[in-house]
Ligand binder design. Structure first.
Ligand code: SF4
Ligand code: SF4
Length: 419
């Protein structure tokens, strides 16, 4: 007889403190070590992903002036990042409703991702408003004064991400590199947290649907639908969460050679409902394919697996090896501005373990085994990871603990996706 459980049964076991909850990493390590572990042994597996996810925007509503001080806003920016005004005009209320896109930017170094992180860190934000009658209002605000602040995604938590190479001689700027992308086949960059990714753990969406409760950047949120361009082969999710509960170390700006992007994180519980779910949650990096595309035309040039690229999750810095170069390429190209060359210090909260510094540093002061991918006889070094497996692993552990402590309930989706 096929083994089954319902979400309600699992939720009851969680409530009674009887549920066995494992992170995807713990489960995969058990499978890898040959441990005898079966469907009966686990109720919930916590999955997570953290990385550059452009399809993210914030909806904010806040007071910028006294009631009746202006009729309507026509332009708004926050820390210089342009926002879309509306859709509600808030006529004569002194309030603005705005939408800010994650990839919108003030300049090549500061964009929506930086702004969202500053908001979540409760930093003071400069607000500039132009009104329809030609007035300019300058003020400041913080997240505490912003009554409504939701982060929404149009396409996050992809099942299959890609790796990129430049198959041509000419170097190009790209959102997939921090400096000019070198070719032909000189370097490889990739995204995705492999065996930790929520949609690698539940690719058929047997457990994930509209209303599934998640953690987005550490705050409780919900899946609200399928993401844009989501398909059975390449599903992704749309979600929402209140920015007031988010933690700044789980989101931020990410500078690429083509401008600023945003990185953000999700953690998703996978209740083990049946043997099909169980077989999928056990999948290891070595079984998860990673397609390699040419950055020019996005056409496939090969394939590898996540086992080739996830060998070492953390990047280390040895300050005694720093030779104090006149111009530090790490300080100027670190995508999250985590490295302070003068203080010879890495800000661990900002560092997203992307690994760019390992190849950029002239004194070999940074180390991490980033992996090498073999394509058509060529050995191509990984030079950039646009996902942070270490943080994803941390988030999966946080979600596990919340479930065990009774601070996060497993919710039943209210609608399923067509996969
Ligand atoms: S490139 Fe490396 S060695 Fe040179 S200053 Fe920067 S951290 Fe130090
Ligand atoms: S891994 Fe290196 S380049 Fe990447 S964010 Fe950290 S310090 Fe910066």
């Amino acid at each position: 007889m096929r083994k089954r459980r319902t979400i309600a049964e699992i939720a009851k076991r969680v409530e009674r403190g009887e549920a066995v909850v494992m992170t995807a990493e713990e489960l995969c390590n058990s499978v890898r070590s040959g441990e005898e572990i079966g469907f009966e042994d686990v109720d919930v597996v916590t999955s997570a992903t953290c990385g550059v996810m452009s399809g993210t925007f914030a909806v904010l509503s806040f007071q910028v002036a006294e009631r009746d001080e202006f009729e309507r806003a026509s332009k708004v920016s926050l820390n210089g990042v342009p926002a879309f005004v509306g859709p509600c005009p808030n006529e004569r209320l002194g309030i603005v409703d705005v939408i800010v896109y994650g990839p919108s930017h003030r300049d090549k170094n500061y964009g929506g991702g930086h702004l969202f992180r500053a908001l979540v860190a409760h930093e003071e934000i400069e607000v500039a408003v132009e009104t329809v009658d030609g007035r300019e209002i300058k003020t400041t605000t913080t997240l505490d004064e912003i009554t409504f602040a939701r982060l929404c995604s149009t396409r996050n938590a992809f099942k299959n991400y890609f790796a990129f190479v430049n198959a041509h001689e000419n170097e190009v700027t790209s959102i997939f590199s921090v400096s000019k992308f070198k070719g032909p086949f000189k370097e490889l960059t990739f995204s995705g947290c492999g065996e930790l990714n929520p949609l690698e753990k539940d690719p058929l969406m047997d457990t994930i649907g509209v209303g599934t409760k998640i953690l987005m950047n550490g705050a409780e949120g919900f899946v609200i639908g399928e993401g844009t361009r989501s398909s059975a082969e390449k599903p992704n999710l749309m979600g929402i969460a209140d920015m007031h509960g988010m933690q700044p170390e789980y989101l931020g700006g990410f500078r690429t050679s083509a401008g600023p992007e945003i990185w953000t994180s999700w953690a998703v519980p996978i209740p083990i409902l049946n043997e099909r779910v169980w077989e999928n949650v056990k999948k290891l990096d070595e079984e998860i394919k990673l397609g390699v595309l040419d950055v020019h035309n996005r056409l496939p040039v090969g394939e590898t697996t996540y086992a080739d690229v996830w060998r070492d999750f953390s990047v280390r810095f040895d300050r005694s090896s720093c030779i104090e170069c006149e111009e530090c390429p790490v300080a100027s190209l670190c995508p999250s501005d985590a490295f302070d060359a003068r203080a010879k210090d890495v800000n661990a909260d900002l560092c997203c373990n992307c690994g760019a510094c390992v190849h950029l540093c002239e004194g070999e002061a940074f180390s991490c085994n980033l992996g090498v991918v073999t394509l058509a006889g060529r050995e191509i070094p990984v030079t950039l990871r646009q996902s942070d497996r270490r943080r994803a692993s941390e988030l999966a552990a946080i979600l596990k603990q919340k479930i065990l402590d009774g601070g996060f309930t497993i919710s039943e989706p209210v609608a399923r996706f067509n996969v």
